[in-house]
Design a protein around this ligand. Sequence first.
Ligand SMILES: Nc1ncnc2c1ncn2[C@@H]1O[C@H](COP(=O)(O)OP(=O)(O)O)[C@@H](O)[C@H]1O
Ligand SMILES: [Mg+2]
Length: 139
Amino acid sequence: MEIILKNINQSLKFANKITKSIKPGVVVGFIGELGTGKTTIIKQIAKNLGVEENVTSPTFVIYKKYRTKLICDLVHIDAYRMTNNSDIVIKEIIENKDKNIVLIEWADRVKMPKKSIYINIQYDENNKNMRKINYENIN
Ligand SMILES: Nc1ncnc2c1ncn2[C@@H]1O[C@H](COP(=O)(O)OP(=O)(O)O)[C@@H](O)[C@H]1O
Ligand SMILES: [Mg+2]
């Protein structure tokens, strides 16, 4: 499915829409260049899931974990700076995710589970606030 997001507000609305498909045990991979809005969308999903802490990009720590209002935690991974060690850490999180929700930035750098949701974000060359989203496996 493809959708055009004209501005941040529409990106936040898109995040609200997909939050409904994000259930415990789900892994969502975000793919897109720096600044396309991966973290922006993830912050909004976290808010919708009742995360009270401020969600910031875990670029240097690989992942951060937050309590949600559901039975599960939210794990936010940023695979931008992969080291030898991050492979193992991410593998552990995915394998032991149990009922947690796992949202992964730079999912194209990670060995993802087969049954993942994918959100692909691209810039629009004509407008700096516009994004093109392709998404897969969302029910
Ligand atoms: N339609 C849009 N959707 C998301 N972010 C947008 C949009 N238009 C402009 N932006 C800006 O782009 C930047 C996206 O940053 P961020 O979410 O950190 O991206 P990423 O995590 O992909 O590197 C923010 O500064 C945001 O204000
Ligand atoms: Mg980011």
